[in-house]
Design a protein around this ligand. Sequence first.
Ligand code: F6R
Length: 652
Amino acid sequence: MCGIVGFVQQKNVADNFPLEVCLHGLKRLEYRGYDSAGVALAGSAGFATDAQLENTIAIPGFKTQVRKKAGRLDNLEEEIRQHPTLPASVAIAHTRWATHGKPNDINAHPHVSNDNRIALIHNGIIENANSLRDELESEGINFSSSTDTEVAAHLLRRELGRIEAESAAEAKYTCDLTEAMRRIAVLFSGTFTLLAIDALNPEVVVGARHDSPLVVGVGDGMNFLGSDVAAFIEYTNQAIALGQDQIVTITPESIDIIDFDGVPQIGEKFEVNWDAALASKGGYRTFMEKEIREEPRAIADTLLGRIDPSTKRLKLDEMNVDEETFAQNMRKIDKIIIVACGTASYAGFVTKYAIEHWCRIPVEVELAHEFRYRDPIVNAKSLVISISQSGETMDTIMAVRHAKEQGAQTISICNSQGAALPRESDATLYTHAGPEVAVASTKAFVAQITASYIIGLYLASIRGNMYNDEVQNVLDELDEIPEKVQMLVDQFDSITRLADYYSDVESVLFLGRHVGYPVALEGALKLKELAYIHAEGFAAGELKHGPIALIQEDLPVFVILPPLDRPELHSKVISNIQEVKARGARVFAIAEEGDTTAIEHADIVFKRPKCPSLLAPLLDVVPLQIFAYALATAKGLDVDQPRNLAKSVTVE
Ligand code: F6R
């Protein structure tokens, strides 16, 4: 949801670098929320001398400099142009997806203590904010916003004062922002990442995380914090993942981590395997266009290096349990449940068909937010596969936790290094799609299907459902997919011209059967979220059970036709085309090359290169994504940041 940046560098009075780091970081994190943006800086003009620090508990005039503005980052940049900030040594910055309080200037983060000494930003929801607010107000604290976050800013200031009073009584100065953060973190229920700076100690940024993302970037004479590595990728690719319920304190030379009990912890270091260029538009008009065009590579990279050349065994990336024990457990499982949300859940839905076919194990696909509240039947013989681009979707994380509590085995499929989901799963397979910046998911979808298929083949091989050469055959077919996807991507401009022509439509339907059904659901979702058009996906066989009532003259209906080697499915979908055509619909079919029946019945046919039916979704989704993209563009909409959405849904 919200995007968070923190930065500290050695004292450098004539430098605006902290502001630059924050604005660049916010630009890269804007996909997490774009209701408002803000920055707080301290240092330089706010520096207290050592002598002052020795003698004082509060120095009037040492304040954080805060600039914040509702709306997109451009508004904040304009505000800073009009009211420039002073050079600084520490900074925090925030881009908001509003939960508590309207998206206006006042509710924008950072929030400050009444004396402006503390500035704080927050991602998440503090559920007990109201009672804490009452308590603070009764102590005379003034609130200016209606956010839950402001409570944390005032509490932090109160706690800091208490710590200073304690140490003043012992006649020694202390400025322990870390301890103050630790004391307030344990007061909150809900989810949070908090970052704070103290104008009197502008050499430290302190962060706390509970069920919300936070990653450290390791620099030279400077250090960074971010909701994800995109926040600092321009400056360093060395990162540290934090665990649950931890406090991190960064100074220019040090990174210290403790848990909420104050016990020192060691973070997990990793090197980010992509660079800033990959997270930029690279000459394309939008991130989404770039990301759709990157789909062949996302699939190819996700397949790369998955087979151990010596053993011919498929390799999983991260194993948080012993590999042999894990493999033994995989042989015992009698049910698979795939948990995910949105587009990732449709990738899971596609996978169900393949895994059941290859492994002969029942596979359920469940929306993560529905899973844990319905008391699902899960035990040590269940495998729960979670799919998430961000690895931070709270509903998915909670579903995995619930499954683990019931003794289930867990594998996650994730695209983001340093995210929470891999740490909480027994094993992880990363999708190597590279950073996905556009809010609506495109290349992650095809990479998720690819990774799920790798897991399906791994299970089939270790459980003895498929011989090695059968697995190899599927892998060979998968190897050909990127080139075939490229052929569809190459139709970008022609699909765009078609979409231009339909920019006034008010409703579009999508029909598919077998693996084409989840693709139809995904096609409808893309159109809804990008072009704000009513769109629905149906199982083609369901048409006569109700949805056919929606068909009217000129209604666009996309139909995903199964390959010709599935004649039993193909003929039924052709019948569906005839049924909607008879009622005046305009049919856009996605059909295999050489499918003359499709050409005969549909108004327009997007040709799909030949491939086995289980792999066809990797191709079929591409024209649907391009169509939704192009329609939204034709309507003049912001395809990278559609209204009301945020890329990482880190609250339940
Ligand atoms: C739709 C979209 C969302 C995400 C969903 C899960 O285009 O992007 O539906 O797929 O919010 O997000 P992740 O994969 O990060 O768990």
